[in-house]
Design a binder for this molecule. Structure first.
Ligand code: 13P
Length: 339
């Protein structure tokens, strides 16, 4: 694959009115989600659940691509059609999470470093053969007493850029995701400062590692007050701070920015995205790559009856995808939630 193909894929991932569905939970995280609905976390149930999501009628109208976990990229529907083929038939680009998770950063209490660079070249080559066209790597930055440290930010951004360069070598578009966690009592301003420092470090490293920015996507956390902050900023405040921070740190050449939901409520995440897109035109499309904020309602519905409720659970996902598709162009209205 040449760089024009990378650029075309990256642009398709943020095509107008579309965003990305994140269903790349590790088996451990999936266990937690399934525990919450009282469903056993077996390979078959994970396959049935993700298959239900991926075969939602009309999903491709608002979802450009889906990020899968290794297991899911290799699974098939009951009739033996691979999930990758199902996605290709409906215009949803297959993506794959390739990091090996965030682990304690030695010498730095309370901070994490994402692992997975060893052997990554070989793994990416196999994923490309299996049909993946983009990848995701998530780094985690925690705000707290005396943290994040420069060591944590620099270490994680270095790994993100090394991963991104390897992806492009293999013909996959890298989604680089430095998530500043919402957990904590920190203010909007503190989140702004940490996000700004992180994104500066990230793009310094991206230049150092010769990453083609036009063939890459940033998955960003919003600039938002901590979940335990006493005086949380409103929707307009989050939208303004996030856009200002991104304009000051993210090169215009980046193909697009998609947000994670990070523990926000479904409608809250949609309202934030919509408010940002109403603020004007930016150098990059601003869209979504939500996990929980796209799946929550669908997961709860499916969990009540994993056979009979498949159509209702698909309706719930289709609705959220439509709402976020509208928000990605600044045309969402809360009154549409009942439509
Ligand atoms: P959430 O939207 O649930 O934060 O998940 C997005 C994601 O992919 C995190 O890596």
């Amino acid at each position: 694959m040449n760089s024009m193909d990378l650029v075309r894929t990256a642009q398709a991932m943020v095509a107008e009115g579309k965003g990305i569905l994140a269903i790349d939970e590790s088996t451990g995280t999936c266990q937690k989600r399934f525990d919450s609905i009282g469903v056993e976390c077996t390979e078959k149930n994970r396959r049935d659940y993700r298959g239900m999501l991926l075969t939602t009628p009309g999903l491709g109208n608002n979802v450009s691509g889906a990020i899968l976990f290794d297991e899911t990229l290799r699974q098939s529907t009951d009739d033996g059609t691979s999930f990758v083929s199902v996605m290709q038939a409906t215009g949803i680009i297959p993506g794959i999470k390739v990091d090996k998770g965030a682990h304690p950063l030695a010498g730095h209490d309370g901070e994490k470093i994402t692992e997975g660079l060893d052997g990554l070249r070989q793994r990416l080559s196999e994923y490309a053969t299996l049909g993946a066209r983009f990848a995701k790597w998530r780094a985690v930055i925690t705000i707290g007493e005396g943290i994040p440290t420069t060591a944590c930010i620099e270490g994680n951004c270095h790994a993100l850029a090394r991963y991104a360069a390897l992806c492009q070598e293999a013909g996959l578009v890298p989604i680089v995701e430095p998530e500043v966690l919402m957990d904590g009592e920190h203010s909007l301003d503190e989140c702004y400062d940490v996000t700004e420092a992180t994104l500066r470090a990230l793009y310094n490293q991206m230049y150092e590692q010769n990453v083609l920015l036009e063939g890459s996507i940033l998955k960003a956390s919003m600039v938002i007050s901590g979940s335990d902050c006493a005086d949380r900023a409103d929707v307009e405040g989050v939208a303004r701070a996030t856009v200002e921070c991104l304009l000051n740190t993210v090169p215009a050449a980046v193909a697009g920015i998609v947000f994670l939901s990070g523990g926000q409520g479904d409608q809250e995440a949609t309202a934030h995205l919509d408010a940002m897109n109403r603020l004007g035109n930016f150098p990059w499309p601003l869209s979504f790559s939500y996990g929980r904020a796209l799946q929550a309602e669908s997961l709860a519905t499916w969990g009540k009856d994993i056979t009979a409720n498949v159509p209702a659970a698909q309706d719930a996902l289709g609705h959220r995808a439509r709402m976020n598709g509208l928000a990605s162009t600044g045309r969402y209205e809360a009154t549409l939630e009942d439509s």
